[in-house]
Ligand binder design. Structure first.
Ligand code: KET
Length: 441
């Protein structure tokens, strides 16, 4: 309640009652009394926030009655029929959970389900990571990847207040998370429009000239929205600058296994940085690689310099978690924990994860072939060269709008498409539409 509002209302009531005899106040119609004491709104100056770019695309797609509509907006996997896919291994785990009468609905510890966080650390860092062997890590279960980035940002706002650098372009929420946590947010140029690839020179020179100890937000793999990752050699160059300038790296890892179909390959940047001795944060999401979007299951993994530091950091993450969400939810954590800790389920998961990555790669090839066959003006190699869930097509906002208005294709105005929205039934239609807009807009 805003201070001052009620005292003002009370003063008005006092003035009213001093002018009128009490009896007439009691006699007066109730509505008049209510009008007389209504407090002024605390929200008079609240402006309308712009709609979220990605969720707005999803809502527009939902509202379109056209049966041939195509949704290439949000990064959520669809099968070849365009339907959400519950991984069979997740169904198996759900069944095991439902049949396990020893499970209850008690609160989890503040840092989450330990069998889940332990397995998450191993998944991203690798079993033989120096950070694990030297016991200098911490992990906190979070509300999916977004919650992990936010928890990390809240921690850094208290214990390492510095300038934050996010890539341009990046997942739109990065800027809001860090500015909501009180940071000055700057950008490093990541995308080279002419090569449709990584602008390594800009990345390195920005990091070189950034104030010492800056916080660098890096996509661990399958960069969103460009689908362009540094090679291992380029990661090495980035690591060298980070070391020289004592920067702090915050990896956002929302697509482990989705980029290449191989969990270890997609973790190579994080693991390289750990081997090089960097302290770091990694925000992990199980939305995409387990298809657990709505279960909001993620983890913030911390690599520290010593066991004692890791313990202290962990205690502070718990303190922050307690006031943000008290403690995290159980269901998603139980599913992921069961799968990661059971060798048979783990193997099944890896196969199913690869099948998602492979279908996306197939769609890249089919889209590329169709555009080449059309002789659509421009070069389209980037469609097959980029990796992960998204392709940064290079289509401009006018072309994107025409795709929606004329062809019922929904996508972000940046030209980013979620490859998972394409399937064997609509990829040709999409290529035809792209060919039309490129020639006409
Ligand atoms: N990081 C990145 C880079 C990312 O693309 C997403 C989601 C997240 C974190 C958060 O995922 P979570 O569901 O909190 O585990 N990206 C897709 C969905 C979204 O915008 O929320 C997207 O870009 O479509």
């Amino acid at each position: 309640m805003a201070p001052g509002r009620y005292p003002a209302a009370a003063a008005r009531l006092l003035l009213l009652s001093s002018c009128l005899p009490l009896a007439s106040l009691l006699d007066s119609p109730r509505s008049a009394l209510r009008t007389a004491v209504a407090p002024t709104s605390a929200f008079e100056n609240v402006p309308l926030a712009p709609p979220d770019a990605i969720f707005h695309v999803a809502a527009s797609h939902r509202a379109d009655p056209d049966p041939s509509k195509i949704n290439l907006g949000i990064g959520a996997y669809r099968d070849d029929n365009g339907s959400p896919w519950v991984l069979p291994v997740v169904r198996r785990a759900e069944k095991l959970i439902l049949e396990d009468s020893s499970l209850d609905h008690e609160y989890l510890p503040i840092a989450g389900l330990k069998s889940f966080t332990d397995a998450s650390v191993k998944l991203i860092l690798g079993d033989s990571s120096p950070a694990i062997l030297e016991k200098r890590f911490a992990a906190n279960q979070t509300i999916s990847g977004t919650g992990a980035v936010r928890l990390g940002a809240e921690f850094l706002a208290r214990f390492h207040k510095s300038v934050v650098y996010i890539s341009n372009p990046t997942w739109a929420v990065h800027r809001n998370i860090f500015s909501d946590s009180g940071f000055e947010v700057r950008e490093y140029k990541y995308w080279n429009e002419s090569t449709r690839g990584l602008d390594l020179e800009s990345v390195l020179s920005t990091f070189q000239s950034a104030p010492e100890g800056s916080i660098l937000v890096l996509h661990a793999c399958a960069h969103n929205p460009t689908g362009v990752d540094p090679t291992l050699d380029q990661w090495k160059q980035i690591s060298d600058v980070v070391k020289a300038k004592n920067h702090f790296v915050f990896f956002d890892c929302a697509y482990q296994g989705f980029a290449s179909g191989d969990l270890d390959r997609d973790a190579q940047a994080v693991r390289y940085f750990v081997e090089e001795g960097h302290e770091l944060f990694v925000a992990q999401s199980y939305a995409k690689n387990f298809g657990l979007y709505g279960e909001r299951i993620g983890c913030l993994t911390v690599v520290a310099q010593s066991t004692e530091q890791a313990k202290n950091i962990s205690s502070q993450l718990e303190r922050i978690t307690r006031s943000l969400i008290s403690n995290p939810p159980t269901f998603g954590a139980r599913i992921v924990s069961l799968v990661l800790n059971n060798p048979e389920l783990y193997e099944q998961w890896k196969t199913e994860l690869k099948s998602m990555a492979d279908r996306i790669i197939l769609m890249r090839e089919q889209l590329y072939d169709a555009l080449v066959k059309h002789e659509t003006p421009g070069t389209w190699n980037h469609i097959v060269d980029q990796i992960g869930m998204f392709s940064f097509t290079g289509l401009n906002p006018t072309q994107c709008k025409l795709l929606t208005d004329k062809f019922h294709v929904y996508l972000a105005s940046s030209g980013r498409i979620s490859m998972a929205g394409l399937n064997s039934k609509n990829v040709q239609r999409f290529a035809d539409a792209v060919d039309y807009v490129v020639r006409n807009a």
